[in-house]
Design a protein around this ligand. Sequence first.
Ligand code: TXA
Ligand code: MG
Length: 307
Amino acid sequence: MAFPTETVYGLGAAAEDPAALERLFAAKGRPRSHPVIVHGADMSVLARYGDGWPPLAETLAGAFWPGPLTLVVTRSDAVLDAVSGGQNTVGLRVPDHPVALGLLEAFGSGVAAPSANRFGRISPTSADAVRSEFGQVVAAILDGGAPTIGIESTVLDLTGPQPSILRPGAISAADLAEIVGRPVGRMERDEGPRAPGRMAAHYAPHARLELIAPDQLQERAAELRDTGARIAVLSPEPASVPGAVLVADHLEHDSRYAHELYATMRRADAAGVDVILAIPPTGSGLAEAVRDRLQRASSSEPAAGGR
Ligand code: TXA
Ligand code: MG
């Protein structure tokens, strides 16, 4: 069953039911070695999936759950290999969304849920987007409208010598450092094989995405127009681009950029856009997470497993 969260829609399966997990991986077309996040209604539901519950996890969960933070801790015996991708760790999260929490409370234990998209594709930010990914394969989709955030949770690894961000999200390095009491690290992209969301060329639309500086927008757009390409534009500032099929501008606030990012990519694909010209947001915090997704979407490397 698919359900809304404050980040993106998730596709859920009972975390302790091997048959349900099997169907989940098959539907997503996701390689077995890639771990999925276990979602729960509260810390007490999730703590038992950790091998012991480190004081730092307790502190961070207390500060940020429910919310867009996934904590990676050493796993307990309650975690199936299918969930952890065969690693000795597990990612845990309490989402901040009434529909998700209602579902998780009613269910009572862990729900393994990746984003509700096929492997390598854009995370869905509407029930319609989930339907277009999976059609009838998914038994039910709970429609909660558009998620408030629009990009995936921050993933924080607590199993190393110091806490380290594996995937940036709405909870920033500065937010985390304030609670942890010291700086948190940032795992550079492709440093390790652990997180599929960390591979270049993840979150990619069918259209080619080009990152562009504001002062190059008009020239590049004109160039592409001359080749007959259908173009879309993502811009923090107001932008008027003659001939563009789709313009998402006025994204000055990073929260708005995050909110519109995946929806715009999907609309561009639906409109048969060939090239998306994206001016990345500047600054830290959520802007960093948006730039991370834009960079991945602009990568020319094909996603492992195909698109
Ligand atoms: O916002 C979100 O996190 C959404 C909603 C549905 O909660 N979920 C989501 O799941 O984005 P997914 O599977 O698309 O991405 C989960 C990310 C991946 O990058 C995965 O590798 C990482 O979390 N992850 C999960 N478990 C992990 C683990 N044990 N060690 C390292 N990374 C892990
Ligand atoms: Mg995903």
